[in-house]
Design a protein around this ligand. Structure first.
Ligand code: MV4
Length: 502
């Protein structure tokens, strides 16, 4: 692999991750190009890039998913490389291939590696060949109901039917008895076909109360592959991660090394380069099982950056330029503990439905050990067209307890008015005895969370203030008032602030 200079990068993404990539590129003396949809015209990432180009109307399929148009812009503005961020085109092997065929550098793994681990059956096949532990299940795709029944007899119930092309829980079905099996397979296959254009499904024994733990890897073009330890991602709801941390309190040095080495072996086997993540389930006996590979930089990468001191985007860019990794596995040490919470414009009191709108007030927490990766500013609208994540709030401290304390302080300092957010929900999790003790699994939210736990009934004084508000300035419904309460804004402050706004 010969070295190739990168002087200009086009970022094929939006929001916080576009800004995140732009910042690292700037520090490396690399020029940046933003592309944006009409919904993002005034976004910070568009302003902070050296050049920016409109790509189309707000919907993703008319903007951030237009691979050919994005490549055309990259060529016109003389960019050397494209960084895809996460989501959108980031794991699309055909797009990566087109980027390369256009003479540009794709800052990510080679399309061949993306294809080998892109569908779960072929990823599992490779993992198995590398002696990565597998949960018991079917050997490859299920071809008949008879075959499904044989596998079920062998492994027992409950079991899961998974779509090979699915990811992040899409196309998964839980089967509790033999009676549900036939219909389950048929439905799973037809759903997979319509959702992914591929009806391949497979069966796995259902692991009960598992933890979701993933290993970050980096691989250069000279066969050097390292693991940057693990992230604990069990706190999620409906397959959306809410809180991530590094390291995991359930992983000891021995398990860390075994999981890390499996991830490295898998990467080497498919000729993987750049940054990637290998996902595992870990059961209560500390057995780990391969799940899937994510061929991109992930949302939660900052917790790994905090405990390793590395800038993963810079590492991605250096790898793409053909530089060898500047460190080996032995050089890497875990320093302290990091936690990330995803701050989303969703209403936990209303089934986490997106609550988009204007950020009337937006003040970030500050201070020692606090990092906010966001893509919005006060006064901006959160568009309805994309993921409702407003920000990632990341803290770093000497140990897990200190990190939890710091996160609670940071959440209290975060002032967001105008949309409901997941901040209070995260506070609930961070204070829960089972979270604090580390005794939690992917079922935590379903087991412990009820919306009532976030909302105390209003006391008399609060009701009085609410009455004044709703009759005088604006129609402020109860939940909005709770946001002011959460933000510790007293009545005078709130009304004065509203007066100024008006
Ligand atoms: C499983 C499992 C239990 N047993 N596989 C969900 C997302 C996808 N990546 C795999 N998932 C699971 N696979 C077996 N054999 C439980 C889950 C699962 C889960 C995994 C990670 C994070 C959250 C989860 C929530 C529910 C179920």
């Amino acid at each position: 692999m010969k070295k190739r200079e990168i002087k200009k990068i086009l970022i094929a993404n939006r929001g916080e991750i576009a800004l995140r990539v732009i910042r690292s590129a700037k520090e490396m003396g690399i020029k940046t190009v933003a592309i944006y949809s009409d919904a993002d015209k005034h976004a910070p990432f568009v302003r902070s890039a050296d050049e920016s180009y409109r790509i189309g109307p707000p919907p993703s399929n008319q903007s951030y998913l237009l691979g050919d148009k994005i490549i055309e812009i990259a060529l016109q503005c003389n960019a050397d490389a494209i960084h895809p961020g996460y989501g959108f085109l980031s794991e699309n092997a055909d797009f990566a291939e087109k980027v390369i065929n256009a003479g540009l550098i794709f800052i990510g793994p080679p399309p061949s590696a993306m294809r080998k681990i892109g569908d779960k059956l072929s990823a599992k096949q490779t993992a198995k060949e590398q002696q990565v532990p597998m949960i018991s299940g079917s050997d490859g795709a299920i071809r008949s109901i008879d075959e499904a029944k044989k596998v079920a007899e062998k492994i027992g119930f409950p079991l899961l039917i998974k779509a090979s092309a699915g990811g992040g829980g899409k196309g998964m079905r839980l089967i509790n008895t033999i009676n549900e099996l036939e219909e389950g397979i048929q439905r799973a296959m037809s759903e997979a076909l319509s959702a992914f254009g591929d009806d391949a499904v497979f069966i796995e024994k259902y692991a009960e109360e598992p933890k979701h733990i993933e290993v970050q890897i980096l691989a250069d073009h000279y066969g050097n592959v390292v693991y940057l330890f693990e992230r604990e991602c069990s706190i999620q709801r409906r397959h959306q991660k809410v809180i991530e941390e590094a390291p995991s309190s359930a992983v000891n040095d021995d398990l860390r090394k075994r999981m890390g080495e499996c991830a490295v072996a898998l990467a080497k086997a498919v000729g993987y380069t750049n940054a990637g993540t290998v996902e595992f389930l870990v059961d209560k006996h500390r057995n780990f099982y391969f799940l899937e590979v994510n061929a991109r930089l992930q949302v939660e990468h900052p917790v790994t950056e905090m405990i390793t001191g590395l800038d993963l985007v810079k590492e991605q860019i250096k790898i793409a330029m053909g530089e060898p990794l500047s460190f080996s596995q032995e050089d890497l040490k875990i320093n302290g503990h990091a936690i990330e919470v995803r701050v989303s414009a969703e209403d936990p009191l209303n089934n986490f439905l997106p609550d988009v709108g204007k950020l009337l007030m937006y003040q970030r927490p500050q201070g020692h050990g606090i990092r906010v990766d966001d893509g919005y500013e006060e006064g901006m609208e959160i568009p309805i067209y994309y993921d409702p994540m407003i920000a990632k709030l990341i803290v770093h401290a000497k140990d897990r307890n200190a990190a939890i304390e710091k996160m609670l302080r940071a959440i209290d300092e975060y002032k967001i008015v105008g949309v409901e957010t997941t901040l209070d929900f995260c506070k609930f999790v961070l204070r829960h005895p089972d979270f604090i003790s580390g005794k939690f699994d992917t079922g935590f939210v379903a087991k412990h969370f009820q919306p009532q736990l976030l909302s105390e009934p209003l006391n008399q004084e609060e009701q009085n203030v609410l009455a004044i508000f709703s009759s005088s300035f604006f129609e402020i419904e109860k939940n909005k008032w709770r946001v002011y309460q959460h933000n510790n804004l007293n009545q005078e402050h709130t009304s004065e602030w509203y007066r100024r706004r008006k």
